[in-house]
Design a protein around this ligand. Structure first.
Ligand code: ROI
Length: 173
């Protein structure tokens, strides 16, 4: 890795973050994460979707999730942004146990970073699940209906092809 990966860049990039939680008080966790993200130097919120209740993807023996998506303008580089999001997850009680599809107090996914495509050991952007997860696509459609997702196509087309699986708005933006 180059040292420059951790230096602040001067140009502003639009990034999209997926928020999810299904343990403890998920609504509170999402709202608290929003505040924490806004408190990071070099990140400014552009838009925040409604809060949604969603059916778990993965093992069904876990509570429903609360999901939302936010867009930010950032001067941080992708890995810096990722580290900040992981620190906020940890501060919200997230313990990474290596289990892949389990319940979590807070999950922050870097969905998109400008129009960049990144594939590395620690980060894949666009997020690998972005094109077929209703709890990402529908909230994204609310805040960025005209989005063209690098390598995946128009968001509107992806939304049209994606079953809602019981997804519902629980708190309007
Ligand atoms: N399922 C839903 N509905 N929402 C999530 O945010 C979510 N996150 C996950 C897995 C376990 C894949 N399932 C999810 O990480």
């Amino acid at each position: 890795m180059f040292p420059s990966d951790y230096s602040e860049r001067l140009d502003k990039v639009a990034a999209y973050i997926g928020l999810g939680a299904n343990l403890g008080d998920p609504i509170e966790a999402i709202k608290s994460a929003r505040l924490a993200i806004n408190n990071v130097a070099g990140i400014r919120e552009l838009a925040f979707s409604s809060l949604y209740r969603s059916t778990p993807l993965g093992p069904a023996d876990q509570p429903d999730y609360v999901n939302a998506v936010m867009s930010v303008e950032t001067t941080l580089r992708p890995l810096e942004l990722l580290r900040e999001l992981q620190a906020i997850e940890t501060a919200h009680g997230r313990v990474r146990k290596g289990e892949r599809w389990g319940a979590r107090t807070l999950d922050l996914d870097l969905l998109l970073y400008g129009r960049e495509r990144i594939v590395s050991e620690v980060l894949t952007v666009p997020h690998p699940g972005i094109a077929d997860r209703e709890f990402v696509l529908y909230p994204l459609g609310e805040i960025a209906p005209d989005l063209d997702i690098p390598g995946k196509g128009l968001l509107a087309d992806l939304v049209r092809k994606c079953p809602q699986r019981g997804l519902e708005v629980i708190e309007h933006a």
